[in-house]
Write a protein that binds this ligand. Sequence first.
Ligand SMILES: *[C@@H]1O[C@H](CO)[C@@H](O)[C@H](O)[C@H]1NC(C)=O
Ligand SMILES: *[C@@H]1O[C@H](CO)[C@@H](O)[C@H](O)[C@H]1NC(C)=O
Ligand SMILES: *[C@@H]1O[C@H](CO)[C@@H](O)[C@H](O)[C@H]1NC(C)=O
Ligand SMILES: *[C@@H]1O[C@H](CO)[C@@H](O)[C@H](O)[C@H]1NC(C)=O
Length: 405
Amino acid sequence: MHLQSSNLICWLSITSIRGAAGITFENVEHTFDTLQTWYNSSTGLWMPSTGWWNSANCLTMIANLAAIDDKIKDRTKDLWQEVFNNAAEYNKQMTQAHGAFWRRKLPLELEYRDATDEDTANVGFLNGYYDDEGWWALAWIAVYDLTLDQKYLDKAVQVFDDMHNAWNTTPVGGVWWDRSNTYVNAISNELHFSVAAHLANRRPDQKPYYVDVALNSWLWIYGSGLINAQSNIEDGLWAKDETGLNLPKVWSYNQGVILTALTELDQALQQPLYTAMAKLIADAALANFTSMLDTHDPDYIIHESCEPTCDDTSSLFKGIFVRSLARLHAVAPEDRYGIVLMKNAESLWRNVDQWNRLGSVWNNTTVGAGASAQCAGMDLFVGALGTLGEWEGDGVYEDGKAHSQ
Ligand SMILES: *[C@@H]1O[C@H](CO)[C@@H](O)[C@H](O)[C@H]1NC(C)=O
Ligand SMILES: *[C@@H]1O[C@H](CO)[C@@H](O)[C@H](O)[C@H]1NC(C)=O
Ligand SMILES: *[C@@H]1O[C@H](CO)[C@@H](O)[C@H](O)[C@H]1NC(C)=O
Ligand SMILES: *[C@@H]1O[C@H](CO)[C@@H](O)[C@H](O)[C@H]1NC(C)=O
């Protein structure tokens, strides 16, 4: 085919825009526009593209983005209240529709009861899963950090109280995954630890209480057997019918939540005791999810075992991991973490499609696009921008920053 030279120039310049992999606030603002096409203001959730707990993670990511990008902060000033009201209302309706699904454990009793009107009236961000509750608690803490509006912190405290009611009620200690007591897993316990550690730094009047809870939660995780010989955190520990224990065992988000929890605990204790443990877990995760240690052909791209067919649950996991890796890098930097953030962000941006959708495989054309993969990818950009600053074109990592070439 014969190309007119003017067409050729035009084609080349379009290609070079798409081929430029630098990360700027403007790029991320475009991905935010795309994310909001999946947002449903009547529920305050990114549904039906993704689900309940996933939406909590999208909210966390957006609050973290708004904290470093004034344009997004301005655009989201009404979002927090809308989610606060409408997502709670949605949850109330769901709880009423599935009354038996809400079963509050009576103190010191092993019996369960169905939801009463009183339960559903005050359901807020509580449901049958302690991990879902933990994600919402962290989301409201992120919104509190941004807005300093006390009601968001109060909400996180209320949610945490419910999670903490499940503490030490399982056959093996820790908290349950679910209110119907079928599984004891890593994520619910890591979230219990993380929310307690966050609250220790945000409620000075209650600090000794939250430090004590966080420390006990960490000591339980450390001694539970969830951390394997490779320093990877496995998914679960105890299951009523053992099914959960046969699932693929090492997911990236389980290696992520703990990193932030450990750095928050150090901040509360004013001593860098646990950050070293966070680095051990982060390095073990990077050894597992990337081939960066390959001496012949190191590759820094993070892969989840479900790729390329991750669903809208598992396509969020890597975002949670890199959000936490970026947090670790912010408080205790290591060049290898900066390089991982830079290389993954560039690779993902190189693969963005014409609608600014992000895929769930960070080195492939957009596969599995939707609100989950979008939020996960944006977590990567937010983590990279927050720690490395903006850069254009293929970057060079130097002096702890990504520089344009
Ligand atoms: C938003 O959510 C409501 C309530 O679930 C639903 O009826 C409506 O169809 C959703 N809107 C879109 C555009 O998906
Ligand atoms: C990741 O870790 C799991 C469990 O520790 C192990 O079975 C798997 O082989 C590891 N994968 C890689 C690529 O190291
Ligand atoms: C890459 O994406 C294509 C679809 O765009 C898919 O068919 C393929 O399986 C993916 N490969 C990997 C390794 O993710
Ligand atoms: C992405 O990376 C994986 C693991 O290194 C590799 O197997 C795959 O071929 C890569 N995909 C593309 C499209 O380059």
